[in-house]
Design a protein around this ligand. Sequence first.
Ligand code: NAD
Length: 468
Amino acid sequence: MSDVTAIELHSILDRQRATFLNAGPPALKQRRTDLRRLKAEILKRRTDILRALKTDFGQRSERESAIVELIPLVQSINYMIAHLGHWMKPQRRHVSAYFQCGRAWVVRQPVGVVGMIAPWNYPVSLALVPLATAVAAGNRAMLKPSEFTPATSAVIGEIVRAIFPPEQVAVVTGGGEVGAAFSALPFDHILFTGSTAVGKKVAEAAARNLTPVTLELGGKSPVVIAPGFAMRRVADRVAFGKLTNAGQTCIAPDYVLVHEDDRDAFAAVYQDAVKKLHPGGYAGSPDYTAILNTHHYERLSSLIDNAAAQGAQVIRLGTDSAPDHVLAPVLLLDVTPQMAVMQEEIFGPVLPVLTYRTLDEAIAFINARPRPLALYYFGDNRAERDRVLKNTVSGNVTINGTLMHYVQDDLPFGGVGDSGIGAYHGKEGFIALTHARGVYRQGRFNAATLLQPPFGKLADAIINLILR
Ligand code: NAD
């Protein structure tokens, strides 16, 4: 990007910071009003948003977009409006006996200006939930949506400009170069959602300014199916999780680990479940989403070809439409960890199935790889479930289902290790974007005042009393 744009970025930040410092933290009433206006503007532009998403993806079901983008977004705004008053209340803290008559409390103060970078896969909710969180926390914000969803980014820009002055919230557009300049700005916090590779660059740039980061990244989220579990209870939910947005979901089940005796049963019911979701087929189905662009369509095709070349059984569960980059679901059996499909986040409707002989083997497989963003466990035996959950580390977990932890407003959402740093959503979002300022008000008298020079016998007595 040109120097001029970098200067523009700096000047937006400078103005936001100056007005933040000048105006002070907004009161609860103002924050609630801002959130209500944001929600109203989103609902007013609902049709524009859904059309823009369709334009950017080529094919994306308006109903699915409403379900997976707008409902979680609006619900999370409602949740923040309902709970913000409670979160903002100063919290009384304990004061030890020697400091009695004093008072201690914690105030969650807005950090100032938050920089937010969003990806293309859920370009509305992954831009506007962080924004709503920043507003709830009383901050100003600069948002950079993805360059790969220009129509949606334009609508997001219109929504923001309709309700916020640029010194409160600004949307800036651009690609990786703008992203790099953006993350080098001395923000008070950066919330980045995107790939692990770019997340590392953002963390590096932020470290130069000691800017704290929340990194919402990706990875390979496994599904572990307990031995002998009823496969019909698994297949629908795995298919739903894998095929929502055609698998272009950060928490999509990436691969399945199933007991070797159950593999064929799983493969059979999964194929039925996939057919049931789109009975008319996949190419041309208005309910199925296209792969974003040719680059990702070809990337996924080459993952399938690589698996086939290395001996995987490739079961295609529908017809593709290459010109529209619609990729029908694919089930891969006889997969080995060496195949390319097991080396990177799939981010598409391709499901590799791997087998294990003991649950410990499945646990070891997960632990030998980067920590996943989500873990899915299917099983009724509590001891087995506890063994898997206690002995693995991941972002969130859904038991006997997929994706649904994401829409629990009272759960933190975030990864760990390669899948992210920190969390947001609900209260954890408010905590992430505020500073916990501890305040102590000293009482007129307390024992500590007796521990000042000139020291004498009284000081000795108190020291000995404390150091018992
Ligand atoms: P990406 O990392 O390629 O891009 C994300 C954003 O970063 C875009 O706005 C892009 O312009 C910007 N960017 C690119 N280069 C940059 C740089 N050098 N410095 C700063 N910003 C830069 O990711 P993507 O392809 O848009 O999204 C897919 C990835 O995001 C997947 O890995 C997916 O798992 C992950 N993801 C994570 C979550 C989550 O909540 N954890 C949600 C959705 C997607």
